[in-house]
Design a protein around this ligand. Structure first.
Ligand SMILES: O=P(O)(O)O[C@H]1[C@H](OP(=O)(O)O)[C@@H](OP(=O)(O)O)[C@H](OP(=O)(O)O)[C@@H](OP(=O)(O)O)[C@H]1OP(=O)(O)O
Ligand SMILES: Nc1ncnc2c1ncn2[C@@H]1O[C@H](COP(=O)(O)OP(=O)(O)O)[C@@H](O)[C@H]1O
Length: 475
């Protein structure tokens, strides 16, 4: 073994059996450097093409003094969520990614000493699968997020079901978007965070029991929306401020500030698949009110939600259609392992990698080339389904507004703003089997524990511990 690997600091205890003690060597620094460079390249050559350069900040890889890294890890350890403390921080390579602080304004110089409000939304998947490979009809009616909620609550990840449905947010219909944002504000889970001058003031707390405290949030937001202090504190004030916040977030999400290939590239028709989710609390409320037309005004092509949805819809086959192609790739790589590097599964994520994503055909010609393309497109789609949108807002005065600085108006104030996308590291090829298994778990749990209860006929099929004879009538 290489002499330089004989540094005890690079080894860690993994476990032991009756006769053996297991230690593992941490990733070699060059592997970490390549991993981080891959993330930067993927942002620079791929996601910037989908989202546009104004929305994507891919940063750069830097090397830091090891002492600094070690001291930093000790300093922040107590602030980390308990649920994440099982993940070790890399204190051996010194490599890190240097990114702009997206809770600050990105696109324009921000006025010094001006307060900044930042809203982070993790929208999740905004479409219902339209693939013919889908085996369960429920997947054509209820979206992944709404189905997954029930399994998450059953597994204890969250205490309460969220009323948020991504299809309402991605609908482009202001009424539906307002409902979606209000639902996120009621039950943030890991889909909403609000920062004030870089400090987290709302959402995504490790303590799932904390109910949303709108009064506390309104106290933080009041100076932004009613700077003249013309609003007396109280329930009306809280409701008014929350409505102002929802309005401003909606307008920034619908703003379109930069044309790029994503706006012009041959796109997956967004009209494919149903435009609303049967499980959405909004659509149920609409039906209760005797209306059944779900408006989907459609998103402006230049806005970030549209571009995010375009990238998500690279998942054209659904995991059920993709998984056999993944197996075809696996078999091919078992026979020709040297092809792994030329396939660019592990990078480099350069222009050539991007160009290969543009073939949107879904006709399987039986080749490995088709399988490789669909697998890579699926990985990009998974990444876009798990990314976050950051909206930074700073109050501006009338005379500071100009044509090239985007401004959003509230009732008693105005903001200059920037919109960015983050968490754009390509999802690993190896996570595809996990996606396939998780998809089955989510759907099966929903069918057995939710749909059966909602549908009297179905409930007879699943009623447990009760003798019931299924009488089949001759037709
Ligand atoms: O689908 P992936 O591979 O992107 O997995 C995501 C999780 O998404 P999902 O469960 O829909 O597959 C995501 O969980 P949520 O559904 O968004 O709750 C998970 O987010 P956290 O809950 O914040 O962990 C996400 O982890 P990171 O965002 O990467 O931290 C990722 O899970 P992992 O694949 O386990 O990293
Ligand atoms: N450039 C950034 N500026 C400000 N906050 C950031 C930035 N990148 C990440 N964050 C914060 O850190 C959190 C985790 O970062 P993320 O890249 O999503 O990690 P992971 O991929 O492990 O989920 C984000 O949800 C966001 O709140």
């Amino acid at each position: 073994m290489d002499a330089e690997k004989m540094d005890e600091n690079e080894w860690k205890y993994h476990g032991e059996g009756n006769k053996s003690l297991v230690v593992s060597h941490s990733q070699a620094p060059e592997e970490i450097l390549r991993h981080l460079q891959n993330i930067v390249d993927f942002g620079k050559h791929v996601m910037k093409q989908f989202f546009g350069e104004k929305y994507v900040h891919y940063g750069e890889v830097v090397q830091l003094p090891l002492d600094f890294v070690k001291q930093l890890c000790l300093k922040i350890q107590s602030e980390r969520p308990e649920s994440r403390c099982d993940k070790d921080l890399d204190t051996l390579s010194g490599y890190a990614m240097c990114l702009p602080n997206l809770t600050r304004l990105q696109t324009y110089h921000f006025v010094e000493h001006r307060p900044i409000l930042c809203v982070e939304i993790k929208p999740k998947c905004g479409f219902i699968p339209f693939s013919s490979h889908v085996s369960q009809e429920i997947k054509h009616k209820v979206c992944r997020y709404c189905m997954h909620q029930h399994l998450k609550v059953a597994n204890g990840k969250w205490k309460r079901l969220s009323k948020y449905c991504p299809l309402d947010l991605f609908s482009g219909n202001k009424q539906r978007m307002h409902f979606a944002l209000k639902s996120l504000l009621q039950e943030a889970q890991n889909n909403l965070k609000i920062f004030k001058n870089g400090e987290l003031i709302y959402g995504c707390k490790d303590d799932q029991d904390s109910l949303s405290d709108w009064n506390e949030l309104a106290r933080h937001l009041k100076p932004f929306f009613f700077p003249a202090n013309g609003m007396v504190n109280g329930p009306y004030c809280t409701r008014t401020i929350i409505k102002e916040l929802i309005h401003v977030i909606t307008m920034t999400l619908l703003s379109s500030t930069d044309a790029c290939r994503a706006g012009n590239m041959k796109t997956v028709p967004i009209s494919r698949g149903r435009s609303y989710c049967e499980a959405s609390a909004f659509s149920k409320e609409l039906v209760r009110n005797g209306k059944n037309k779900m408006e989907s005004s459609g998103l402006p092509r230049g806005c970030l939600l549209y571009k995010t949805l375009q990238a998500q819809m690279l998942d054209m086959l659904d995991i059920e259609g993709l998984y056999p192609l993944y197996n075809r790739v696996e078999q091919y790589l078992e026979e020709f392992p040297e092809e792994r590097s030329t396939s660019q599964i592990d990078g480099p994520y350069n222009e050539a990698f991007y160009e290969k994503l543009l073939d949107l055909s879904t006709e399987d010609d039986g080749t490995e080339a088709f399988a490789f393309t669909k697998v890579q497109q699926y990985r990009v789609a998974m990444t876009a389904k798990d990314c976050s949108i950051m909206i930074s807002l700073s109050p501006c005065l009338q005379d500071e507004c100009s044509a090239q600085r985007p401004v959003v108006l509230a009732s008693k104030s105005r903001f200059t703003f920037s919109v960015s996308v983050l968490d754009l590291d390509l999802k690993p090829y190896e996570s595809i089997p996990h996606q396939y298994k998780l998809d089955g778990k989510i759907v099966n749990y929903y069918l057995k524990n939710v749909q059966a209860k909602d549908d009297p006929m179905m409930s007879n099929l699943f009623k447990e511990n009760e003798d019931c004879t299924l009488v089949l009538h001759k037709v």
